[in-house]
Design a binder for this molecule. Structure first.
Ligand code: FAD
Length: 437
């Protein structure tokens, strides 16, 4: 071990990384038993499953953001701003790219951080599969900034349509979402709600029915990763809302004005969103000889240690971990990132006490998909039965909200979460239901 106390570096303060670094900071950092450091390329954390609400404008990102410096201060870890772009396993160092401000000035130089234990939890980004035009013409929902860009674009399109004094051009207010996973589905329902709210808030030259929302999916059903009854119920709800659901349609090209599919369809849309698959960030692809897969994910053993280096762990969306008893890997979900963070916490404590490292087993508690104020649908995996049980409505909504509450409890403890929830309720009672600028 270098120097006196071990150096633990967590890269990426997302759903998994921030929970892990908070626990390690409280247990080890505060007591001086280890130096715990979080490195993230942004100043703040937002729970990614909220991003579609930021994009639709039903959530102001500033309301739910957590400042890393403040979290570090209360939890006993250090925060260092920067984007990891390299690894030197021999010298046990990571390198972090310089931070450049909006004027192009370097405000933080390139730095290196030593580690004894390194945990990589840098999440994932959208995968465009090399399809022509996607990068240039689609919006993505990988970061808060991208979600805010979407919201600005939507508002501008509305304002233009409201004031132009002539009928809408073809596709002018069409929104096409590629990918009918949870992100695409949840976004479409939120947008439907927003189209009604914006008219109600005075942009009434545009009628809700002027906004045409389409979802384009290559698989033969929406939510292809979830049970079929859930897909059917969700598709039914979406059709009732007037969302145009197109399945078995593989996108082959995106242009400024439309989306083209393999079957020859063209879907005119001014706003196009890509939510059709993920990959881990590019810098992981050839990272000092560690094993990665076709999605750039770091391949890990059941202990979540990388296959070639015991001191490097990977958790969350950026790791490829075998799902025991299944032919696939653990899916990229917030609940998996949360469980993995708990396991790596135990693993490091055990290693510091010369005990065995535990092995990870993914527990799938089911999935919930929010259709905004209209409905929530989901499946719960039973402990007693081997199958899953479908739930809908109020109970599903409560369980959906509890996922986020569990994340908040891991970060702040139960008392502060009650206070936060109350202040959120009060704020909501005086602010408009959507962000209007
Ligand atoms: C719109 C949307 C809706 C979703 N809905 C759900 C849902 O309902 N249920 C569910 O279970 N899952 C959902 N997910 C998936 C879920 O958000 C992810 O599985 C989860 O956030 C993964 O956690 P993570 O810790 O691996 O990474 P993330 O939470 O993505 O965090 C990654 C962190 O790493 C940082 N980072 C990235 N690269 C670097 C670098 N090079 N150096 C330093 N820092 C870096 C980022 O800034 C970020 O803070 C949704 C995702 C999206 C986008």
């Amino acid at each position: 071990m270098s120097n006196d106390i071990p150096k633990i570096v967590v890269v990426g303060g997302g759903a998994g990384g921030l929970e892990l670094v908070t626990k390690l900071g409280k247990k080890l950092g505060k007591k001086g038993k280890a130096q715990v450091t979080l490195v993230d390329s942004t100043h703040t954390h937002i729970w990614k499953p909220l991003l579609h609400e930021v994009a639709a404008g039903t959530l102001d990102s500033h309301e739910d953001e957590i400042e890393y410096l403040s979290q570090a201060n209360c939890s006993g870890f250090r925060f260092r701003l920067g984007r990891m772009d390299g690894l030197d396993r021999e010298n046990k160092q990571i390198s972090v790219a310089p931070t450049i401000n909006q004027e192009g000035l370097e405000i933080i130089p390139r730095r290196k951080f030593d580690y004894d234990y390194l945990i990589i939890s840098v999440g994932s980004i959208s995968h465009d599969f090399g399809i022509k035009g996607v990068r240039d013409h689609c919006l993505f929902l990988d970061t808060t900034k991208q979600a805010e860009t979407f919201q600005n674009k939507l508002l501008q399109a509305y304002l233009r349509a409201h004031t132009q004094g002539k009928p809408l051009d073809e596709g002018q207010l069409n929104i096409a979402i590629v990918g009918a996973g949870a992100t695409g589905i949840e976004l479409s329902a939120q947008l439907h709600e927003v189209s009604h709210l914006l008219t109600a808030y005075g942009l009434d030259e545009v009628k809700p029915q002027d906004v045409k929302i389409s979802i384009i999916e290559a698989a033969n059903r929406v939510l292809p990763g979830l049970p079929e009854n859930l897909s059917a119920a969700t598709e039914d709800e979406l059709r009732k809302l007037g969302v145009d659901v197109m399945t078995n349609e593989r996108v082959v090209e995106v242009t400024d004005a439309e989306i083209k599919t393999e079957s020859g369809k063209t879907i005119p849309a001014a706003i196009k969103v890509w939510a059709a698959g993920i990959k881990a960030p590019e810098f992981l692809k050839d990272i000092d000889g560690l094993e990665t897969n076709w999605m750039n994910q770091l391949v890990v053993r059941q202990t979540l240690q990388s296959t070639l280096d015991d001191n490097i762990y990977a958790i969350g969306d950026c790791c490829a971990c075998k799902w025991q008893g299944h032919d696939e890997n653990v899916p990229p979900r917030a609940q998996a990132a949360h469980q993995m963070a708990s396991l790596v916490y135990k693993s490091i404590i055990n290693r510091m006490n010369d005990k065995e490292v535990p092995e990870y087993e993914y527990h799938d508690y089911g999935s919930l998909v929010s259709l905004g104020r209209y409905s929530t649908v989901g499946n719960l995996m039973g402990n007693l039965s081997r199958g899953s049980m479908m739930i809908e409505g109020f109970m599903a909504r409560l369980m959906y909200l509890s996922l986020y509450k569990m994340h908040q409890v891991a970060l702040f403890g139960p008392f502060r979460v009650v206070m936060l929830s109350l202040s959120h309720l009060f704020r909501r009672s005086v602010h408009p239901k959507i962000k209007l600028h």
